[in-house]
Design a protein. Structure first.
Lengths: 311, 297
């Protein structure tokens, strides 16, 4: 198990290096300097600015020094917010985005898994069709449509919930979390239904029933454990999706999180901010993929034996 | 002289069974939802192709005195704040949205199938290196990369095709490689090798056609995710740029004014959702019809 974790961790390092390198050179290759949008600035000022941001050095030197700074967790200064560093901006936005992603994940897991398991108990009956059709609607309704519609119905027409903000008014976290979570709830519903269907026809489920266990113990204890393996494997990639989904949701609901920063940085051509957030997001996503791989092995005895067997 | 010929004919007829494709078509025909999906897609494609001839109004035709008006007999889906006909805008938007869906998927298809076939057929170290690369690319946060590309190189529709296509080929490559690996060991490939066919001919004539089933299924399922990606980018203002129009762009305009003019959000949103719905149903139906094991995840 330890060797498995170590080897996965080692595999993540080149991936991360590729991300950093590719992003760095892409950003440097972009047409127009970071200050070119400004009004006519005297050349001396530009020189001074370039020196301050180390833009006067050759690219490879910039790259090396950027890598060096990164190892110390320093993402450099922001081009657009003078006097502030990318680290500060990330530190300000991250807790909000993380909270949003967490709530959305809870929404997705609670609604999605229970709908999927419920549907799998009686396949090809209305108990199956109704939640699964709802899941299909959830998959086909993108967040940038779902969000505004929810705002329109619950915020503007019914006036039940605030239309924007984060933590300013009671209940304003509800709509963003639901908007972000529904799509994944739908996906998880399909995955857990598939997983449960496969597991519930296995011999050991029949054995559990033959022992006279009550049906809910069979489903919740014996069924879920095997049936949710595909769900767990999906959680890592889902987290990546939640982060990019937060771009839209944070824009719609005007939440000052990382996603909104990123989109703004993209519009403002705040290159260091783009570079920093990309590297940061990539690290997070790679870490979560790693984590979900490890959990998948840990809860699945078959995979665990394979790993311990050394193959 | 004529007798042996009729014999020949009857012999052929006796041997003729239903082909894989006929079989699949028979199964697909029984799936009402999938047929509905197919119908919707065909309908939309026809509309998109004919839009310049059948659109009720001009694309940029404004009626500023009318302004935003709810659905009426003259304007079935209402008008936007410049008095432009919504139905016409959605029809023109469908051209861009569908085009992105098909072309970007096409790009993904070509790269993915070639990559997967070559890796699977070559095997050994070539295969290991090629698939390792796919693994690495898989771990990248691609949404972010597309945004990055759009920011750096400008919001160009061609780049959008390429960027989306470049993201979506990975799963295709994996599926095709798996198929090729199992096909490679079969006797008809051995026969082809012993006949002295070149590698490239074997790949082109024998391997690729045999991987078609899963490829078709996955292609059908890729189109909606590509369209979604385009709409997502356009919504953020990073995809299709005005004066061109796509459903994502219309939705993003609709959001700005949804409080006063909700139909400007609802109609493009509905169109996009129904299209995605139809494509997903068709994909699922094809998966069942061609009996492809769940290969999307």
């Amino acid at each position: 198990m330890f060797r498995f974790m170590l080897s996965r961790l080692l595999q993540a390092i080149p991936v991360l290096l590729v991300v950093i390198t590719a992003t760095f050179f892409l950003v440097r290759a972009a047409p127009g300097g970071p200050f070119s949008a400004e009004k006519a600035v005297p050349p001396e000022v530009i020189k001074a600015l370039e020196a301050q941001y180390k833009l006067d050095q050759p690219v490879w030197q910039q790259y090396i020094s950027y890598l060096g700074d990164l190892t110390q967790g320093d993402f450099g200064p922001s081009f657009r917010y003078p006097g502030r560093t990318v680290d500060e901006l990330i530190a300000g936005g991250l807790p909000i985005t993380a909270e949003l992603a967490l709530y959305a994940m809870l929404v997705a897991i609670i609604i999605g898994v229970s709908a999927g398991v419920f549907a799998a108990l009686r396949p090809n009956t209305p108990q199956d069709y109704v939640p699964m059709s709802a899941a299909m609607v959830g998959i086909c309704m993108p967040s940038f449509l779902m969000g505004p519609l929810l705002v329109l119905i619950f915020g503007i027409w019914l006036e039940w919930l605030p239309v924007s903000g984060w933590g300013d008014l009671p209940g304003d976290k509800l709509l963003p979390a639901i908007t972000l979570g529904t799509g994944y709830a739908a996906f998880l519903a399909r995955l857990s239904r598939g997983g449960m269907l496969e597991v519930m026809s296995q011999d050991y489920i029949r054995t559990a029933r033959a022992k006279g266990l009550p049906e809910w113990v069979v489903v919740l204890k014996h069924g879920l454990r095997g049936g949710l393996i595909p769900v767990v494997a999906f959680l890592g990639p889902a987290f990546a999706g939640l982060l990019s989904g937060s771009f839209v949701v944070e824009t719609i609901f005007q939440i000052p999180g990382l996603g909104r920063f990123y989109v703004q940085a993209a519009f403002n051509r705040d290159y260091t901010m783009i570079l920093g957030t990309t590297v940061f997001f990539a690290t997070l996503i790679i870490l979560f993929n790693l984590l979900s791989d490890i959990i998948a092995v840990w809860i699945n005895p078959k995979l665990r034996h394979q790993v311990q067997g050394g193959s | 002289m004529s007798e042996p010929m009729t014999l020949d004919n009857s012999f052929e007829q006796a041997e003729k069974g239903t082909s894989l494709w006929q079989d699949a078509w028979i199964r697909l025909r029984k799936n009402k939802l999938a047929l509905f999906g197919l119908g919707v897609i065909v309908f939309l494609c026809v509309i998109a192709l004919l839009t310049p001839y059948i659109a009720p109004y001009g694309y940029e035709e404004q009626d500023l005195q009318l302004g935003a008006s709810p659905p009426s007999a003259a304007h079935w889906l209402g008008t936007d704040i410049f008095g432009r006909d919504m139905l016409t805008r959605i029809m023109y938007g469908s051209r861009v949205s569908l085009m992105v869906g098909f072309i970007a998927t096409g790009v993904a298809l070509v790269i993915g199938v070639l990559w997967g076939t070559i890796a699977g057929y070559a095997g050994g170290r070539v295969d290991a290196v090629m698939m390792r690369l796919v693994d690495i690319l898989y771990a990248l946060p691609f949404m972010i990369f597309i945004i990055l590309l759009m920011v750096i190189f400008g919001r160009n529709i061609l780049l959008l095709f390429l960027a989306i296509g470049a993201v979506e080929w990975l799963t295709m490559a994996r599926i095709v490689r798996g198929q090729v690996l199992s096909l490679r060991r079969q006797e008809f490939i051995e026969a082809a090798v012993s006949l002295g066919l070149s590698r490239w001919t074997i790949i082109r004539r024998h391997l690729i056609p045999n991987t078609l089933g899963p490829v078709i299924v996955y292609t059908t399922l890729t189109i909606p995710s590509v369209m979604l990606l385009e709409a997502f980018l356009s919504f953020l203002g990073l995809g299709i740029q005005p004066p061109q129009s796509s459903w994502g762009l219309l939705i993003s305009y609709g959001v700005e004014t949804m409080e006063e003019y909700p139909w400007l959000l609802i109609f493009p949103g509905l169109t996009l959702s129904i299209t995605l719905f139809a494509l997903n149903f068709l994909g699922d139906g094809l998966r069942d019809a061609l009996d492809v094991r769940s290969s999307k995840d």
